[in-house]
Ligand binder design. Structure first.
Ligand SMILES: [Zn+2]
Length: 1014
């Protein structure tokens, strides 16, 4: 037999494109269109409907960037279509709209939402989803409104060039779309079904080995369709065409075919290349599509994460929310994940990550009576080793992501496995081998899932999230048609529609002893996200600590002084912080608009939280008792003589001396001495107690280094290893002067200029402190540069400890393996610590996350350790003005062997004493007897019962036992999960004696105590 499959395949493709697709609508008729452009920000339907609409015609341009145009669409369904339908033609009347869609991705461009004249939402209009089903029959009138959003395509082919469109102020005002059609159409259902048959089979045949008989059989059947149908009468011969495919479509799947559970999904980024307000509309559009599809297909299940997105619907689109509620109760619109948003997990603090789950799950349980048991983070940029315990402590059991498939260097070995966190908690985890969260259920995607699934032989089941995502859109009827055809089709994985929970339960029982991955799921990509948009990061860090203070003092005031606890205001403040931890906001990868708004939100939040703190301190203060200034210490460690979580007189630290030497200065306080040379560099950091020097000879610290930062792609996201091949030491100095030298503090100011930027650093030493403090004020005007602050340390260490949520993680300082080498930039919270037995150094920060910690050959023999903080970047995409302006960044370097020295330092730098004039001392409400049992949160219970909730963790990475004592009348103390639900079998609470809880903690264990007050 002669073979010509390539030609046959091309002929089939042309037949589909030129004959079948144009015949999808038996007839279309243009409708009358009038338009009203909203002058400013979007308005609700009720405001739009009464406006003065002007005549508008197809071909006209519309829509400035980020604008909104309402189209009023009227007309009549052609009466002549009645004859066709009477003759048995299987058709459906639809609105067909092309807003002038771009060829690129859905969700990154124009979209519309269609309303009835009474304001009821019907469905959205999107790229690749142009229709709305109509109930009007032949001869009946059509009257609809379309709210069309002229969102610009910020990504624009992903060339990463700077673009002005991400900021409303610079986006321009010229229209960017041209209306192509607003028609009423009669869908030819037979042609549509034929088109779906062809799409599924061409997708499958392209993945099959040409050596298989199945390949030839499908190809032959497809060719028979082209031969058997009349190209000039597609509608009339569509049924014939379908009959020719019936046999190949009826062949069942191989017995060993991979099994796919397909979950309808729309990964809607809560902000990214569009502002937050647009996400609210994106959710309304996508969910309307989903609700419409649910009306058409009873098997369709849709999973949606992010309580925030549901909360937006409840507030802005209550009708959509009520329709969601109905489908949620049916188990079809499935709340998944249980977090407030799909947050970043590298940077949020421990308490914040706990609150993501607390706030998210509480919302779903309150609104729907549903507790999601999965954590669903398909797209976040790497996953902290603290997450398994946080997931477990929140009562959840499963974890899903696919982002690790983006790794540049190493392939993760498992797709279904048990993920073990730093404390030993394990969570059943799945990485969909389809490697996308936006599947369209194509043959290529399903074949990829089967081909890549690494657990084959032990497990044969994977999950495929399908639906247009990122900017929304969601599943389409075409995807559901594919799922139907793929239930059992020879050569393809089988496809079944179900919920994520159904998948996880089956996958777990199917694979009871999966392999284990221990530690963080580091993403070998997007390493710049620990540093980009430093003001957003500083806002997050400050807000987390202000929230800690506000809750601590408000709870203390409630118990001690009977003050009202501001439940509502704290919940709102938390929701703002949780939202801004979304995986494109806190990582700094959004447009300028988003980051400007984030900075404004953080500023407003600081005002609000300061007011709450002032109220609480005011309630605690007895004016008759007023004496000396007191310090309010929210740290779990004593600060300047003030006990943890208490307020009291500040103890002076003792004197500090400053001596000039060789153009520089030596600062001494009897604990350490710091030598700052004429270049403003630290040439010595000496323990005056032990005589041990922390700075290697000839390798000064406080060294600012400027690197070229031109990533190969994904500018705001990526820091590429090639940055290391450039680099300038900023040693030129404008001035080094002693600015403070009296009493218990001495300070040296160092000023440098470089490029178009300036840096002023104040290096200071306080009495009795074992740390030197460095405040860097940077007026930053560089572009595509990375600024690091380097501290070579005379420590021989093969690993470094970095603080993460509720503990720390050790990472190697070498690059022995490709896995080690790929971790050339890592995330740490408040501190990193390197040590040898008997000696250690902490480098702490107040808003920096990016670090690199490496070993260097010491010319004098051996190695020293180089710790560098990544202070600032200046990526030019998607925000061309990212990071420009003034930044204040605090750093400290402290000598101390124990990891608790580091923990103490991290809190000190982030929770400075709050000095209040004339206040009374306040005894701590809660005391931990053991330094390594660290109190992370003190608050009142979410259920507003007045119970006290205390969250603590073991911070050293060792077993600990101790007591937690509540200084109040106590009725009962129980151990709970993160959702404040009592645990029947308390893992850490060994005994309770009145107001004292006896605890036994495993390394890094998180414990939540709930205290009913007498
Ligand atoms: Zn995303």
């Amino acid at each position: 037999m002669h073979h010509n499959s390539t030609l046959v395949r091309a002929r089939i493709e042309r037949f589909i494109e030129e004959r079948v697709r144009p015949a999808l609508y038996r007839d279309t008729v243009a409708l009358e269109v009038r338009a009203w452009e909203v002058p400013d920000e979007p308005v609700p339907f009720t405001d739009a409907v009464g406006q003065d609409f002007e005549a508008f015609s197809t071909g006209q341009t519309w829509g400035k960037p980020w604008g909104t145009t309402w189209f009023h669409v009227t007309g009549t369904v052609p009466a002549a279509w009645a004859d066709l339908i009477d003759d048995g033609f299987d058709g459906r009347v639809e609105l067909v709209v092309d807003l002038g869609f771009l060829s690129g991705q859905p969700g990154f461009q124009a979209e519309g939402l269609v309303f009835n004249p009474d304001g009821r939402i019907l469905k959205a209009i999107e790229p690749f989803n142009h229709y709305v089903p109509l109930t009007a029959g032949p001869g009946e009138t059509i009257d609809l409104f379309i709210e069309a959003a002229s969102n610009p395509d910020v990504g624009s082919d992903w060339n990463y060039r700077p673009t002005p469109v991400g900021d409303q102020a610079t986006a321009g005002t010229e229209p960017i779309y041209r209306l192509r059609r607003i028609d009423v159409g009669l869908l030819d259902r037979a042609v549509w079904e034929l088109d779906r048959d062809l799409w599924t089979l061409t997708g499958l045949v392209d993945e099959l080995s040409p050596a298989l008989p199945r390949h030839a059989e499908i190809l032959r059947a497809l060719e028979n369709v082209v031969d058997g149908m009349d190209p000039d009468h597609i509608s009339a011969t569509a049924a014939q065409g379908r009959a020719l495919l019936a046999t190949v479509l009826a062949q069942p799947a191989y017995a060993s075919a991979h099994r796919v559970i397909a979950v309808g999904h729309a990964h809607i980024d809560s902000a990214w290349l569009w502002p937050l307000r647009e996400t609210i509309r994106k959710c309304a559009r996508t969910f309307s599509n989903v609700l419409d599809l649910m009306d058409q297909d009873p098997d369709f299940v849709f999973a949606c994460s992010s309580a925030q997105q549901y909360a937006w619907m409840k507030e802005h689109y209550p009708d959509v929310f009520e329709r969601i509620r109905v489908r949620a109760l049916e188990g079809r619109f499935v709340p998944v994940g249980g977090m407030w948003v799909e947050s970043d997990t590298n940077m949020p603090g421990g308490e914040a990550l706990a609150r993501q789950l607390l706030a998210g799950k509480t919302f779903f349980m309150r609104e729907f009576g549903i507790e999601p048991l999965e954590v669903w983070l398909p797209d976040s940029f790497g996953y902290t080793g603290a997450l398994p315990q946080i997931v477990t402590a929140a009562g959840s059991r499963y974890f899903l992501t696919q982002k690790t498939s983006w790794n540049e260097t190493n392939l993760m070995p498992h797709h279904t496995f048990s993920w073990e966190g730093i404390d030993g908690s394990r969570v059943f985890t799945h990485f969909p081998p389809v490697d996308t969260y936006n599947s369209v259920l194509s043959g290529a995607e399903l074949a990829r899932a089967e081909r890549q699934y690494s657990e084959k032989g032990s497990s044969n089941l994977s999950l495929v999230p399908f639906g247009y995502g990122n900017g929304g859109g969601g599943p389409t009827r075409e995807m559901l048609a594919a799922a139907g055809r793929l239930q059992s089709l020879e050569g393809s994985p089988t496809v079944e529609l179900a919920s994520p929970l159904a998948f996880f339960e089956e996958a777990e029982s199917d694979y009871p002893n999966p392999p284990v991955w221990s530690g963080e799921l580091y993403l070998e990509f997007h390493r710049g996200t620990y540093t980009s948009q430093a003001k957003t990061k500083a806002g997050n860090r400050r807000s987390e600590h202000l929230l800690r203070e506000a809750e601590l003092w408000a709870a203390t005031a409630a118990v001690r002084a009977g003050a009202g606890y501001p439940h509502e205001r704290l919940a709102e403040a938390w929701q703002t912080v949780l939202l801004l931890q979304f995986h494109d906001i806190l990582p700094g990868s959004s447009i300028a608009w988003v980051h400007q708004q984030a900075e404004a939100s953080y500023a407003a939040l600081a005002g609000e939280l300061e007011a709450l703190i002032a109220d609480a301190i005011g309630a605690l203060n007895d004016p008759s008792d007023a004496g000396e200034p007191v310090g309010f210490n929210a740290s779990p460690f004593a600060v300047s003589g003030v006990p943890p979580l208490a307020a009291g007189p500040v103890v002076s630290g003792g004197s500090v001396t400053a001596d000039a030497t060789d153009g520089g200065f030596v600062l001494r306080n009897g604990v350490i001495s710091v030598t700052i040379d004429a270049r403003g560099l630290i040439t010595s950091l000496l323990s005056e107690v032990t005589g041990r020097e922390a700075v290697p000879a000839g390798q000064p610290g406080n060294l600012l280094q400027l690197f070229r930062d031109t990533p190969t792609q994904w500018d705001a996201w990526d820091l590429d290893d090639h940055y290391q091949r450039s680099g300038t030491d900023l040693v030129d100095v404008e001035s080094v002067e002693l600015v403070e030298s009296a009493g218990d503090r001495a300070a040296v100011r160092v000023v440098r200029r470089f490029g178009t930027s300036t840096i002023e650093q104040v290096l200071s030493l306080q009495g009795n402190a074992s740390a030197v403090d460095i405040v860097s004020t940077v007026d930053w005007h560089e572009r595509q540069k990375l600024l690091k602050l380097a501290f070579p340390l005379d420590v021989h260490a093969d690993r470094a400890a970095s603080e993460i949520q509720f503990g720390h993680i050790h990472r190697p300082t070498h690059s022995n393996t490709s896995w080690d080498a790929a971790r050339f930039e890592t995330c740490a919270h408040r501190w990193v610590h390197v040590g040898e037995p008997g000696f250690g150094v902490t480098v702490a920060n107040d808003s920096t996350y990016g670090h690199d910690i490496t070993r260097k050959a010491d010319p004098n023999g051996g190695t020293f350790t180089l710790v560098r903080q990544s202070l600032l970047r200046a990526p030019v995409f998607p925000d061309p003005t990212a990071d420009q302006g003034r930044h204040v960044l605090r750093t400290s370097v402290k000598i101390g062997e124990d990891i608790l020295d580091a923990a103490d330092e991290g809190y000190r730098l982030n929770l400075p004493l709050r000095i209040v004039e004339g206040a009374a001392a306040v005894e701590p409400l809660v005391v931990s007897s053991t330094p390594s049992i660290v109190i992370e949160s003190v608050k009142l219970a979410e259920d507003r019962s007045g119970d006290l909730v205390v969250r603590l963790y073991e911070a050293r990475g060792a077993r600990a036992s101790g007591r937690v004592i509540v200084d109040a009348g106590v009725d009962r103390i129980v151990e709970t999960d993160l959702l404040e639900r009592e645990l029947a079998d308390p893992p850490a609470l060994a005994a309770v004696d009145g107001a004292t809880a006896e605890l036994r903690l495993r390394p890094f264990q998180i414990v939540t105590l709930r205290v009913a007050l007498a």
